[in-house]
Write a protein that binds this ligand. Structure first.
Ligand SMILES: Nc1ncnc2c1ncn2[C@@H]1O[C@H](COP(=O)(O)OP(=O)(O)O)[C@@H](O)[C@H]1O
Ligand SMILES: [Mg+2]
Length: 289
């Protein structure tokens, strides 16, 4: 059988199975290392828009340094939940804590500096150059980003610093997304939130950018939450996968436990898609050999 192996966790060997006690131990020791407090805590977060409950009582902790992927069908509440972090949406119930502090009590400018955000579907400002786009966050906070810092940010996302003077329509889709990531990193955030950042990209560009973001996450010591529609991308990039379904958090698993069948029906339905594709490709390869 063709098995998807997660690159960031040691796969279990043949005949080996992780006991519950081992799993608890792993969780306990990783908690001990990162305790306290979690960088981000959703504490019974509920968001209602009129009759619609977009998010219905989500609780979870995200430890510093973790790369979390959030998956779930369209309309399951992923964007709404993420927007509560930088107070673009105010929960109708519960609270969000950032480094132990209630986000509703933090000055918005300071909060938004500590949280870099790549928004779903919102690209670059078309009438601003690449440099102006990257500098917009600090500028709104009353700071001027030096040209050298802009060059450094472009280099971080592997774009030639000469691109600083280009306009967004002079860039490819992948290059624009790289600028979007550079913009989110401009304020040296602790937390990077990305809402379907690579949704509109071709698979090759998407794969390359996914790797780049994972590498930046590690190099810059970030904590990252990335929404994606693509379970394969989630399994391959993240340390932890959260599954949203109809406003509820229905699974919270490491990629390897999801691949071993954990997380419940909604999660397993999502895992089945790339697994089935991988198996069919492996079968095709077998027939060709
Ligand atoms: N500002 C809003 N006003 C009314 N309904 C909203 C608003 N934002 C989101 N919703 C609704 O909340 C639900 C969850 O939306 P969203 O968080 O965007 O889901 P996802 O990002 O998982 O696709 C949907 O039913 C959506 O229509
Ligand atoms: Mg969304």
């Amino acid at each position: 059988m063709f098995v998807l192996v997660h690159p960031h966790s040691k796969p279990l060997g043949k005949g080996q199975s992780e006991t519950l006690a081992q799993r608890r131990n792993t969780r306990y020791s990783s908690q001990k290392m990162t305790n306290p407090p979690p960088l981000l805590r959703f504490d019974g977060v509920t968001c209602r828009f009129g009759d619609v409950t977009a998010v219905g009582g989500v609780s979870c902790d995200i430890a510093k340094g973790c790369f979390v992927a959030m998956v779930g069908a369209s309309g399951s509440g992923k964007s709404t939940l993420l927007k509560t972090v930088n107070t673009l949406v105010e929960p109708t119930g519960g609270r969000v804590l950032f480094a132990g502090e209630d986000v509703s009590e933090l000055p918005p400018a300071r909060l938004r500096r500590r949280v870099g955000y790549v928004f779903q579907g919102i690209g670059l400002f078309p009438h601003m150059s690449v440099a102006e786009n990257i500098a917009i966050g600090p500028r709104l906070a009353g700071e001027k980003l030096a040209a050298a810092r802009i060059a450094e940010l472009l280099e971080l996302v592997e774009l030639d610093p000469a691109y600083a003077t280009r306009m967004p329509d002079e860039l490819s889709g992948g290059q624009r997304q790289r600028v979007g990531v550079a913009r989110a990193l401009a304020g040296e955030p602790e937390l990077l939130i990305m809402d379907e950042p690579f949704g509109a990209l071709d698979p090759v560009t998407r794969d390359a950018l996914g790797h780049k973001v994972r590498e930046l996450h590690t190099r810059l010591g970030l904590t990252t939450v990335m929404v994606t529609h693509d379970m394969a991308e989630a399994l391959l990039l993240a340390d932890r996968v959260l599954v949203m379904d109809k406003g509820a958090l229905v699974a919270d698993e490491a990629p390897h436990t999801l691949l071993m069948g954990a997380g419940g029906a909604a999660a397993q339905a999502l895992v089945a898609v790339p697994r089935d594709q991988a198996e069919r490709l492996a079968a095709m390869e077998g027939r060709l050999a």
